[in-house]
Every structure is written in structure tokens, then in C-alpha cells.
Design a protein around this ligand. Structure first.
Ligand SMILES: C[S@@+](CC[C@H](N)C(=O)[O-])C[C@H]1O[C@@H](n2cnc3c(N)ncnc32)[C@H](O)[C@@H]1O
Length: 503
């Protein structure tokens, strides 16, 4: 083994360091700033062999799969150190906005917090059915029997299920040959309801041995309340296909959060950290300062969780979401919680907001929680026309949040604060709650000049624009509407011709 020593390595926000070997650069994972390390240079890709001088922040009781598994990035450091790194990253990233210090609020225990688990399958050398997560940047499956982030209940089901699958000679799906049956198993666990949903993702509808697997699983009394078969025969790395069959139980589970009951189907989005989720929503609503006369829009609403949390403060809440199944669940969720001031609409959020803006609808507060790739320019422009007093932007991707905050700043909105909630301990991710206010033009200009590289020029532009528009009720120019529609078309490939109610 050829070993090479690197002293006092330097690490940024992500716990890896860059080394140079034969004029090529390589990333070495799982190191801490200032450590001396020994690197094995024999392999195709050099790897960490030994830490010669460990940092005081290094821990040794983290996950045994950390070196190979791509699921976590911080299992080798103390949780305190991880939080410090994440907080520093966020404060540096959002520095141009000149905000109060961004605090990272802890979500929950850093271990066994995930209510959702998703495993991929293969045959072991001894022909047993085993499962695990992918290696970083690859589709090589690292066999895992007890993931430290997943709920213990889900780990128990996975362990028992693997034995049942082996006994019934189930063939795991092979990505290369596209043969075999079982692709993934996806589990949802209700920490509060104690209900468990098992989704067997198969390569198409045919699943020989399915009935025996289900019978054997039920006999084990693991607390499984429903089993669903999801068909996915596409050549894709997306886990779930779009067709499913309920094999046992109702096909969904319920979960209780913040005193509300939520119905969750296999394909609907639900926050993966149940305790963190309640903290996140309460923080977002505290920041939103909703009044009982307010019309609130909850965009990208999923199964309606934030809308339902907001309903007790607002006069009316509209939730909009692309996934039709999630909207069906959201409507049921409002009903089972006896909430009558919330409506849900299945549509692309940009499309919906653009139509509202076109119809000169006004709203008071916008709550938005888009997926990782963030929102759109047209969505943000539309909020300007809807005149929301406040926007609370919940984001699981700080980079796209930053991009979108710039777009808000080009409109009449000022970013007031960002608070982060550590919903995903031991991984690189965090959830941010950004608060924006429609503010006096003067303050917008001042902020914009601070954050823009060409502050002076933008100021002149805005001064001109504001002079023309001052004291006038805004009328959306036709060209702007076309621009919004085009932008929306780029993202979704379709424009709805639906007509919308006015509120
Ligand atoms: C991060 S999740 C938030 C869901 C919900 N707010 C929650 O906390 O459970 C983002 C949601 O946006 C939905 N979504 C994705 N693209 C969308 C679009 N273009 N328009 C509306 N909703 C969209 C997804 O289906 C998902 O439910």
C-alpha cells in the first residue's frame, strides 16, 4: 500500500479536503480542519487511510458505514462542530444581504430522526437479499443493516423484510441488465401515530412471490399498517413510479403534528423530520405575523401541512401544489381537522400566481416552500403584483434561496432575516426560513445598492422606474404577463388555460 502524509489539512464548510497527487486534484472525505492525515494512493481514487493527528472535534462512535455511504457527511464530527460549520456557511453565503446573525436552531435528536427510509436492493455474495444506500456520486450499493438516521422501527422492518425476501427468493432489480423485480423499499413511519407504511417498488406490475412476502411480513407483527406495491419499470434513478396498487391496509398512514392529523400517501411529500417539522412551521408562522383579516397563499403546499397550521391565524388560506395526490390528501386533511377556511388547488405554483396577478387579485401574506431547485422569476414577480405585505420563504436549499432572494430584491421586497432549522442532522442540508417584507421604496433601493455588484447603475434604473410608477396603482404591463407565462412554460412545458376564482 502506498501511503502519503498530508499535514494540517484545510477544510471548508464540507468536511473534505483537496489534495494534489501527480498534478491531479482529489477530494479526501471525512477529515477535519487542521488534522494530519495518511492517504492511500494505490487505489484509482485516493482515500483516507489513517488520521495521524485527530482534531478534538472528531468522534469515534459515529456510523460504521460513513467511509463508503453517501447518505451522511458529518458522522465523524461532534454535532456541536457540525452545527458551527453549518451556521458559518449560512452566514457567509447570505453576507451580501446584510442580515442579523443567522442562527441554526436544532431540529431534534441528531440520530434516528427520519420518518422516511428508502433502500435499494441487491443479492449478496452468499445469495441473500440485502439492501443499502448508494455510495457518494455512484450507484454502487453500500449494504446497511441499521441506518443511524432512520427510525429504529423502520430499521426493524427492513431487517425482517430482507429475511422474508431471501426466504421467498425474490430477485432484486439489476440496473445494468434491467432484470429482476424488487427495485426499492420505501417506508414511512408515524412517530406519533405509530403507523407504518411499506411501499415495495417493483420493476413493473409482475412481482412473483409477492403474496408470500406479504403473508410472511404480516405474520411477524412489526406494526405495519399498510403495504403498497409501486410500479416503476422506467430506466431512471427516480425511486417511485406513477402507478401503485394497495396490497394490504388503507394505502396510506396518518400522522399527528402540532395537534393536527395528517393523511400521508406514498407519493406525497411529507417533511422527513417530524419533530423538526413542527419547530419549522411554528417558526415560519411566528415570523409571518398573520392577522385574522388576512388572505394567505401557501405555495408548494404538499399535503397542506403549512396551510393547516396557518388556518387558525388567517381569514382565508389557499394552498397550491402540483402533485394531484398531495392535493387530494390536503383536502382530506382540512376535513379531518374540521378546518373550513382553507382551499387547495392542484396547479403549477407559478401558473397559479401569474393568473392571480393577471386578475389583479391582492393577498396579504405568502408562505412558500418550493422544492430544492427553488421558485421562478415569474412567481416572484407575480407576488409583487399581488402586493403581499410579507413573504415567508421556507427553503431546503440555501443556494437557490439566495438566487430567489436576489429576485425578490429586484422587486419591492427587503429580506429582513433568515433563521435556519437543522432538520437534517449529520448531512450537509439545513432548512431556512427567510422573512421578506414589502417595504418603502427607499429601503429597497438602499438594500439593493448594498447587494448588487453594480449598485450605482441599478439604483439609477430603479429610480427611473419608481419615478414613473410612484403613487400609481400598479397595472401589469401585457409584456410582463407574457414574460411570466414564458418563464413558467420553460419550467413546466405547459400553460394551464384554467380560469381562477378571485378572492
Ligand atoms: C419542499 S416540499 C414542501 C411541501 C409542504 N410545504 C410541506 O412542508 O410538507 C415542495 C412541494 O412542492 C411541490 N411542487 C414541486 N414543483 C411544484 C410546482 N411547480 N408548483 C407547485 N408545487 C410544486 C412538490 O410536489 C412538493 O410537495
Amino acid at each position: 500500500m502506498a501511503l502519503k502524509e498530508f499535514k494540517n489539512v484545510s477544510v471548508g464548510y464540507i468536511p473534505d479536503t483537496e489534495i494534489e497527487l501527480n498534478k491531479k486534484k482529489y477530494k479526501i472525505h471525512d477529515v477535519i480542519n487542521g488534522e494530519d492525515i495518511l492517504v492511500d494512493t494505490d487505489k484509482n481514487y485516493p482515500t483516507l487511510s489513517k488520521v495521524l493527528k485527530p482534531s478534538k472535534d472528531r468522534i469515534y462512535d459515529g456510523c460504521p458505514y460513513q467511509a463508503e455511504c453517501g447518505g451522511c457527511q458529518f458522522q465523524h464530527v461532534s454535532y456541536e462542530y457540525e452545527k458551527k460549520l453549518k451556521e458559518k456557511y449560512l452566514n457567509d453565503l447570505f453576507k451580501p444581504f446584510d442580515l442579523p446573525y443567522i442562527k441554526l436552531v436544532s431540529g431534534d435528536s441528531p440520530l434516528h430522526y427520519r420518518n422516511k427510509c428508502q433502500m435499494t436492493y441487491k443479492l449478496s455474495k452468499t445469495k441473500k437479499v440485502v439492501c443499502g444506500l448508494y455510495e457518494e456520486y455512484s450507484h454502487k450499493i453500500v449494504t446497511i443493516s441499521n441506518c443511524l438516521l432512520q427510525a429504529n422501527e423502520a430499521n426493524h422492518v427492513i431487517e425482517a423484510l430482507n429475511k422474508v425476501l431471501t426466504k421467498n427468493k425474490i430477485r432484486p432489480y439489476d440496473e445494468k441488465t434491467r432484470e429482476g423485480n424488487l427495485r426499492h423499499v420505501y417506508i414511512r413511519y408515524g412517530f406519533n401515530s405509530k403507523e407504518i407504511m411499506v411501499v415495495l417498488v417493483t420493476n413493473g406490475e409482475m412481482f412473483p412471490g409477492r403474496n408470500n412476502v406479504v403473508t410472511d411480513l404480516k405474520k411477524l407483527n412489526l406494526g405495519i399498517t399498510t403495504i403498497v406495491q409501486n410500479y416503476n419499470s422506467r430506466d431512471t434513478s427516480i425511486v417511485l413510479g406513477d402507478k401503485e396498487k394497495v396490497i394490504y391496509g388503507p394505502g396510506y398512514i396518518y400522522e399527528f403534528v402540532g395537534g393536527y392529523k395528517f393523511k400521508i400517501s406514498g407519493t406525497s411529500f411529507f417533511q422527513i423530520n417530524t419533530i423538526g417539522m413542527e419547530k419549522l412551521y411554528n417558526l415560519a408562522l411566528e415570523k409571518a405575523e398573520i392577522k385574522n383579516t388576512d388572505f394567505v397563499i401557501d405555495a408548494y403546499c404538499g399535503v397542506g401541512t403549512i396551510s393547516i397550521f396557518a388556518s387558525k391565524y388567517a381569514k382565508k388560506v389557499i394552498g397550491v401544489e402540483l402533485n394531484k395526490n398531495a392535493i387530494q390528501d390536503a383536502k382530506i386533511n382540512a376535513k379531518i381537522n374540521n378546518i373550513t377556511n382553507v382551499d387547495f388547488i392542484a396547479d403549477d405554483a407559478t401558473n397559479y400566481m401569474t393568473h392571480l396577478a393577471k386578475d389583479r387579485v391582492k393577498c396579504d401574506v405568502v408562505l412558500m416552500d418550493p422544492p430544492r431547485d427553488g421558485s421562478t422569476k415569474a412567481f416572484i414577480n407575480a407576488i409583487n403584483y399581488l402586493g403581499a405585505r410579507k413573504v415567508v420563504y421556507v427553503s431546503c436549499n440555501a443556494e437557490t434561496l439566495k438566487r430567489d432572494l436576489y429576485l425578490f430584491s429586484e422587486n419591492d421586497y427587503v429580506v429582513k432575516s433568515i433563521t435556519a432549522v437543522d432538520m437534517f442532522p449529520r448531512t450537509l442540508h439545513t432548512e431556512c426560513v427567510a422573512v421578506l417584507e414589502k417595504d418603502s421604496e427607499l429601503e429597497s433601493l438602499e438594500k439593493l445598492s448594498k447587494i448588487s455588484k453594480n449598485g450605482g447603475n441599478v439604483l439609477d434604473e430603479l429610480n427611473k422606474k419608481n419615478k414613473n410608477n410612484s403613487n400609481k396603482m400598479r397595472v401589469i404591463p401585457k409584456a410582463d404577463i407574457e414574460m411570466m407565462r414564458e418563464d413558467q412554460y420553460e419550467r413546466t412545458g405547459k400553460i394551464s388555460s384554467k380560469k381562477y376564482k378571485k378572492y
